[in-house]
Ligand binder design. Structure first.
Ligand code: PLP
Length: 378
């Protein structure tokens, strides 16, 4: 997975994040969220998608400051639990919510939200029984090839959404009742895709939806973030242009990205506690670890980082492959593996792309180390 080229595993740190990191050197580990960067990025994404509704998938990062920053650019928020509904309502009382996710309880189906994304005929039966009146989209899992994705939620047998048989069953169920109004379809088939691949999938989803006379089609999220090359960005302009061509008049098209909106604004800062050579391999042990930033373990990558020389010279290594590990007593606590770098004891290591699927997917209480601080650049 990791090659030994010097560039691999590294990320350029913006000056403002660097300054804050140096000031925080005695208060690490910490997360720093660059809200100015998030604001700029969200505005650019919004501009690239004229006429397309933009929802934010809250599970990527529900931090209230991030939600506030995103709110001016988001038409709504995709949520998946009573917890997320309550949280977003507290932070942004007027926000539109679309409730998705497999395994909704009756309590969740009874919530008053803008849209419910129905996952199965069984769920639709319960929604008709306990919910409504409510507007719903059917989550479809089409039999289409999904190539080049990092995770696939569709294009074959998965627990997400329903196949065309399930869709037909749902169309029967909604007939002759008025508690659930069917508005269209929803598809979130894969994640980690580039614009051309997502546009190909969009064509399939739109063709399927139009056969059902769907007036509203949600195309999901899944826009790629490259952890290998942090400079490589999803081409929002090409995607927006493509969707513009595909969209028919009178149709509502919606996307709901998570990772590609918030990943870039987050930084996880740690400090080097120890540098050691064991059986010829160099390890740097840092404060904190994957119980704060589980992303590299979850995705099987090296989290890209920058080293700030806040430590003591000549206590570490120069230009050598280094494996950066955390404080947990498990060999799985690896943040980056054999990345060529220079670092010393006391240096600050700033891991980038830590704004999505980072803190909230991590097992914070394992070994009971202190929690990181949270800081915001505005
Ligand atoms: C997680 C999720 C998203 C967001 O996916 P990203 O890869 O973060 O863009 C969107 N829609 C649904 C239904 C999801 O489960």
């Amino acid at each position: 997975m990791t090659d030994l080229s010097p560039a691999s595993g590294h990320i350029a740190i913006p000056e403002r994040v660097r300054e804050r990191a140096v000031r925080l050197a005695d208060a690490l580990p910490a997360y720093v969220y660059d809200l100015t960067d998030l604001d700029r990025h969200s505005a650019a994404v919004r501009r690239a998608l004229p006429g397309i509704e933009l929802y934010y998938a809250v599970k990527a990062n529900p931090d209230p400051a991030l939600l506030h920053t995103l709110a001016p650019y988001a038409d709504g928020f995709e949520v998946s639990s009573v917890g997320e509904v309550t949280h977003v309502r507290t932070v942004l009382p007027d926000a539109r919510l679309a409730l998705g996710g497999p395994g909704k309880t009756d309590a969740e189906l009874g919530l008053d939200v803008h849209r419910v994304h129905v996952e199965s005929p069984g769920e639709l039966r319960r929604l008709i029984a306990v919910g409504g009146p409510v507007d719903a989209l059917l989550r479809v899992n089409l039999d289409v090839p999904v190539e080049g994705a990092s995770l696939t939620m569709g294009g074959g047998a998965t627990p997400f959404g329903m196949d065309p048989d399930g869709v037909r069953e749902c169309l029967e169920l909604v007939r002759g009742q008025n508690r659930v109004r069917l508005r269209g379809i929803h598809a979130h088939l894969a994640s980690g895709l580039h614009a051309p691949e997502l546009l190909d999938l969009a064509k399939e989803v739109l063709a399927f939806g139009r056969e059902l006379d769907a007036t509203e089609i949600c195309l999901g999220g899944g826009m790629a973030v490259s952890y290998r090359d942090p400079e490589e960005r999803f081409d929002w302009e090409a995607y927006g242009q493509g969707l513009g061509y595909l969209r028919n008049r009178g149709e509502t098209l919606r996307v709901e990205p998570g990772r590609a909106l918030t990943a870039y604004c987050g930084w996880y800062l740690t400090r080097v506690l120890d540098v050691k050579r064991v059986h010829g391999e160099v390890f740097a042990v840092v404060t904190g670890g994957t119980h704060h930033l589980r992303t590299p373990v979850a995705k099987g990558h090296d989290q890209p980082f920058a080293v700030l020389p806040t430590g003591r010279p000549d206590t570490g290594v120069t230009d050598e492959p280094v494996t950066i590990v955390g404080q947990l007593c498990t060999p799985k606590d690896v943040l980056a593996r054999r990345v060529v770098t220079s670092l010393n004891i006391g240096d600050t290591v700033a891991f980038g792309l830590a704004g999505a699927y980072a803190w909230t997917i991590s097992h914070h209480d394992f070994l009971m180390h202190p929690k990181p601080g949270f800081h915001y650049l505005t």
